[in-house]
Write a protein that binds this ligand. Structure first.
Ligand SMILES: Nc1ncnc2c1ncn2[C@@H]1O[C@H](COP(=O)(O)OP(=O)(O)OP(=O)(O)O)[C@@H](O)[C@H]1O
Ligand SMILES: O=C(O)C1=C[C@@H](O)[C@@H](O)[C@H](O)C1
Ligand SMILES: [Mg+2]
Length: 182
């Protein structure tokens, strides 16, 4: 078992945060949280419903509350998969940086499009041109993911298990380097 701080995964819709987060939590023997699921449980409603009734702004307020409660309450025992828009608020970026080892799962826009195309539960992609939406979001968010992340892992053309192994190796290497340099 690896000794490590809380791990938080960031990245665009379809990067695999939920899928990879669950896999690495099992390998590291840590609890797994999915922030979108925490928000839904707290609201007693699903994300499309929250967007419809409260708008994106209402959803973002709920997202910040959920992030603060999960990130600050668990000390070293959890893996948290966030939603793609978590980096949009500066206060969220501060919470991310201060409370965990943040891993950016990178996926190209083509892969994001492919991986999100079978699902309708992402309100921001219910547009006539999801590819253009993903591209626009990526241009704004990619620098913000990089700003908060300590590790960046490429996920294109990799099976989820292989991405998870790559993340685990990178975390191990990082923690070893931290121990030898401190
Ligand atoms: N490395 C991968 N290769 C192929 N398919 C993948 C990979 N990672 C995830 N997927 C698939 O892509 C889809 C989206 O993955 P997932 O829900 O984990 O993404 P996410 O980053 O959590 O997205 P969101 O930000 O919307 O919550 C799922 O069907 C999942 O099985
Ligand atoms: O990229 C985004 O802004 C979002 C991603 C999803 O995980 C959800 O958090 C929600 O659909 C918004
Ligand atoms: Mg997810």
């Amino acid at each position: 078992m690896i000794k490590a701080p809380n791990i938080i995964l960031v990245g665009p819709m379809g990067a695999g945060k939920t899928t990879i987060g669950r896999l690495i939590s099992q390998s590291m023997d840590k609890d797994f949280y999915d922030l979108d699921k925490v928000i839904e449980d707290n609201a007693g409603a699903d994300i499309p419903w929250i967007f419809e009734r409260e708008g994106e702004d209402g959803f973002r307020k709920r997202e910040t509350q959920a992030l603060a409660s999960v990130a600050q309450s668990d000390k070293g025992d959890s893996v948290l998969a966030t939603g793609g828009g978590i980096v949009m608020r500066e206060e969220n970026r501060d919470i991310l940086r201060e409370n965990a080892l943040v891993v950016y799962l990178y996926a190209s826009v083509a892969q994001q499009l492919y991986r999100t195309s079978k699902s309708t539960h992402r309100p921001l992609l219910q547009t006539g041109d999801p590819k253009a939406t993903l591209k626009k979001l990526f241009e704004v968010r990619d620098p913000l993911y990089r700003e908060v992340a300590t590790l960046v892992i490429e996920t294109d053309s990799r099976h989820p298990r292989s991405v998870a192994n790559k993340v685990l190796d990178a975390i191990k290497r990082h923690l070893k380097e931290e121990t030898t340099t401190s």
